[in-house]
Ligand binder design. Structure first.
Ligand code: ATR
Length: 254
């Protein structure tokens, strides 16, 4: 999707976007070599997001608040670390979240970026996690509330926006994959008044997304969020507005 965007921006000849795999002990040396060799920047993913933040000479506000960076830019002035996870998530939402009652499922790295974005935009954020201590810690740090992890289901009427950041749904719905029963809200209780963002994505629509949209909820999938995160990184590097529809088409063609 990045290369499709670069082509449409007229940069295909000079710029290209490629995947490089690196083990944690080699990460810093690779990044410094890339900066010295004239790369414009890099996206960074798990497990390097904290290391990316730590090696940068300058850190953006979002990256500092979230404690992780997914975007590095190289310039003669040094290495700048930024985070487009929060921006990409917000840009993918069908409507601004201010004033909405949001339920974040999960308390890992993705939940942190999502919950920070929602709190910063003025939503009322509740965090649920399988391991409740992690939800409590995250909620305490960000000014959200933590929900207890009990067997009782949450009432969908208490929320306008539900964001699944857990890995439930990531492995498809086959045998052995954690099913919707692992989550505290029933997908079939969501309806027209709900927006669901399911960060889990795979070749097929997740069970959660499909059940929720079948009941009339507005659903945003993980690929759509990924497109907007990618676009936000490209905007930082190129200074131009990336063609979202082209990126979306390329992402979904795979
Ligand atoms: P990411 O970087 O994508 O956020 P992560 O930091 O590994 O990934 O977080 C994964 C999240 O999925 C966690 O909230 C995890 O819950 P725990 O903190 O209890 O481990 C959640 N998760 C993983 N498997 C799950 C399952 N079977 N049921 C419910 N939640 C699950």
């Amino acid at each position: 999707m990045h290369n499709a965007a670069l082509a449409e921006l007229g940069l295909a000849g000079e710029w290209s976007y490629e995947a490089i795999e690196v083990a944690p002990p080699d990460f810093e040396a690779l990044v410094r070599r890339m900066a010295a060799e004239g790369f414009v920047g890099a996206n960074v993913t798990v497990p390097h997001k904290v290391a990316a933040l730590e090696l940068a000479g300058e850190v953006g506000e979002e990256a500092r608040a979230i404690g992780a960076a997914n975007t590095l830019s190289f310039s003669p002035g040094g290495i700048v670390a930024e985070n487009t996870d929060a921006r990409g998530f917000l840009d993918a939402l069908p409507a601004p979240p201010a004033g909405k009652r949001a339920l974040v499922l999960g308390a890992g790295g993705s939940a942190r970026a999502v919950a920070w974005a929602l709190v910063t935009e003025g939503a009322q954020v509740s965090i649920w996690n399988r391991t409740p201590e992690k939800a409590e810690r995250l909620a305490g740090e960000l000014g959200a509330s933590a929900l207890p992890s009990s067997d009782e289901r949450l009432a969908s009427a208490d929320f306008d926006l539900i964001v699944n950041t857990t890995t439930v749904g990531m492995g498809g719905s086959g045998e052995g994959a954690p099913g919707l029963k692992s989550l505290p809200i029933r997908a079939d209780s969501l309806g027209e008044t709900h927006q669901l963002v399911d960060l889990a994505y795979g070749p097929d629509e997740t069970e959660l997304a499909s059940a929720a949209s079948g009941h009339g909820a507005t659903v945003v999938d993980g690929l759509e969020v990924l497109v907007h995160q990618g676009a936000a990184s490209l905007r930082i590097w190129t200074g131009q507005d990336p063609p979202i529809e082209t990126m979306r088409r390329a992402a979904r063609a795979k």
